[in-house]
Design a protein around this ligand. Structure first.
Ligand code: SF4
Ligand code: SF4
Length: 321
C-alpha cells in the first residue's frame, strides 16, 4: 500500500540560502533519496514549496502555501530557513514578504504564524532559523529572532511536537536530512521523536561539544598548542571555541565525511549556539574564556587519576587473591 503523502513547505526568512545549498549537498540520505522514496518507510515525501529550487513560480507556487494555511495540505512539515524579522520595527511587510494578499505584501511573520498552526512539525534549518544567527548579531537592526522565540518555547504543533532546531551556519546537510527523515518516520509511528536538549537540538547530534569530538583533543590533553594557523595542534590559543560549542562536525566531517572545521585547521566559531555571532563566540579570533580550558584540563587530569586508581585497585585485589 502507498504510504500517506507527507508534504514539506520550506519558508525562507532572513537567510543567505546557504542552508539550502548545504541541504542539497547531503548524501546520507540525499535530497534525491528523500524525494524519490529510496528509504521505503520514509517514501511519499513531496516538496511542495521551496522558493529556490521549485519549478513553479508566481501564483502557481503560492497555491501550495495557501492550501497549507487553509489546512488542505495535510500532513505537512514546515521547514524554516533564515531568521524571523520583527516586521513591527519598520512597518508590516517591510523586511520579508511572501507574495501578496489583497494588494499588499503578505508578511513572513503572518505566513509563519498561520502555517505553524496547521503544521504536523516545525523544523528550524540552520542557526538563523533556530536562534536568529547572523541577522540577530548586535545591534540587530531588524529585530531578528529564531522560530522558537517567535512562536514561544512552549509552543507545540498539532501533533504535540515542539520546534526542532537543527542549528549550524550553514546547517550540516546530513543533520537536516536525517532529522527530516526521522520526523517523517516518527509521524508514521516507526520511531520515537529524537530526544532534544534545552535548546531543542537533537541530543544525538548536539549532545557533545565540538572539543569532545575534535581529532586534536588528544593534543590539547598533551599540552601541544598551535601558535599559528597551519600548525597541527590544538587551536585554543588561536581562538577556537570548541569547548563551549555543541556539535559532532569535527568527528563527522561536512560532506561525505570530508572537512569539518577543526579537522581541517579552522577554529570552531560556535556556529550552533544561541549567542552566535556575539560573545562569547565573537569576535571569532578572540580566545574563549580561559575558564573553559582550565575546566577541560581539570576533567582530563581527573580522568587520568581515575585510570591510575583503577589500576591500583586491580593490583590490590590481585594481591588479596
Ligand atoms: S580547543 Fe578547538 S582545536 Fe583544540 S582540541 Fe578543542 S576543539 Fe580541537
Ligand atoms: S565545529 Fe564549531 S564552527 Fe564548526 S560546525 Fe561545529 S559549532 Fe559550528
Amino acid at each position: 500500500m502507498e504510504p500517506e503523502k507527507i508534504h514539506v513547505i520550506w519558508l525562507s526568512g532572513q537567510a543567505c540560502t546557504g542552508c539550502t545549498v548545504s541541504f542539497l549537498n547531503a548524501t546520507h540520505p540525499s535530497v534525491v533519496d528523500i524525494l524519490t522514496g529510496f528509504i521505503p518507510q520514509a517514501a511519499g515525501i513531496t516538496l511542495d514549496y521551496h522558493q529556490t529550487i521549485m519549478l513553479p513560480w508566481g501564483e502557481e507556487a503560492l497555491a501550495a502555501v495557501e492550501a497549507a494555511e487553509r489546512g488542505e495540505l495535510a500532513p505537512f512539515v514546515l521547514v524554516v530557513e533564515g531568521a524571523v524579522p520583527d516586521e513591527g520595527k519598520a512597518g508590516e511587510g517591510y523586511w520579508c514578504a511572501i507574495g501578496e494578499e489583497e494588494g499588499k505584501p503578505a508578511t513572513f511573520t503572518e505566513r509563519l504564524r498561520r502555517l505553524a498552526e496547521k503544521a504536523a512539525a516545525v523544523v528550524a534549518a540552520g542557526t538563523c532559523a533556530s536562534f536568529g544567527g547572523i541577522p540577530h548579531g548586535r545591534p540587530n537592526p531588524t529585530g531578528a529572532k529564531g522560530v522558537m522565540d517567535f512562536l514561544g518555547r512552549s509552543w507545540k504543533s498539532s501533533l504535540g511536537v515542539p520546534v526542532v532546531n537543527v542549528p549550524g551556519c550553514p546547517v550540516h546537510g546530513e543533520h537536516l536530512a536525517e532529522v527530516l527523515a526521522h520526523a517523517v518516520l516518527a509521524v508514521r509511528g516507526y520511531l520515537p521523536l529524537p530526544e532534544l536538549d534545552g535548546e531543542h537540538r537533537p541530543t544525538y547530534i548536539f549532545g557533545q561539544t565540538a572539543h569532545e569530538n575534535c581529532p586534536r583533543c588528544g593534543l590539547f590533553a598533551d599540552g601541544k598548542n598551535s601558535h599559528a594557523f597551519g600548525e597541527p595542534y590544538c587551536m585554543g590559543l588561536l581562538g577556537c571555541k570548541g569547548p563551549i560549542s555543541h556539535c559532532d562536525v569535527p568527528k563527522r566531517g561536512f560532506v561525505e565525511g570530508v572537512g569539518g572545521c577543526t579537522t581541517i585547521g579552522a577554529i570552531c566559531i560556535g556556529c550552533t549556539e544561541p549567542e552566535f555571532p556575539d560573545e562569547p563566540y565573537g569576535p571569532f579570533l578572540k580566545k574563549a574564556p580561559a575558564g573553559f580550558f582550565v575546566l577541560e584540563k581539570i576533567h582530563s587530569i581527573g580522568g587520568s587519576l581515575d585510570a591510575v586508581w583503577s589500576r591500583i585497585k586491580e593490583k590490590l585485589a590481585g594481591r588479596k587473591l
